[in-house]
Unconditional design. Structure first.
Length: 86
């Protein structure tokens, strides 16, 4: 059983940063910049990860990663710009 401690929070932050950087590479110049992607990825992973640990779901890191991707999708889909604007 996992517990919410410093090590878990560190891994959730690292997982959110990886998700944010991956989304920036995938979307490239059409979405938001790198720093907002990283911040949103970290916030999504920590919140969803802590909720899944508190509810004792198995595989909370996978759930945190999926939650981070969901937050990043919402952030980037409403900020997409056409390719001609760049």
């Amino acid at each position: 059983m996992e517990a919410i401690n410093g090590t878990t929070i560190f891994w959730l932050i690292a997982l959110g940063m990886v998700a944010g950087a991956a989304i920036k590479v995938i979307i490239w110049n059409r979405g938001v910049e790198l720093v907002p992607n990283l911040i949103a990825g970290v916030i999504g992973a920590v919140i969803v990860g802590c909720i899944s640990i508190a509810m004792q779901f198995p595989g909370s890191s996978v759930i945190a990663f999926l939650g981070s991707l969901a937050i990043l999708f919402i952030l980037n889909v409403f900020n997409l710009q056409p390719e001609a604007d760049h």
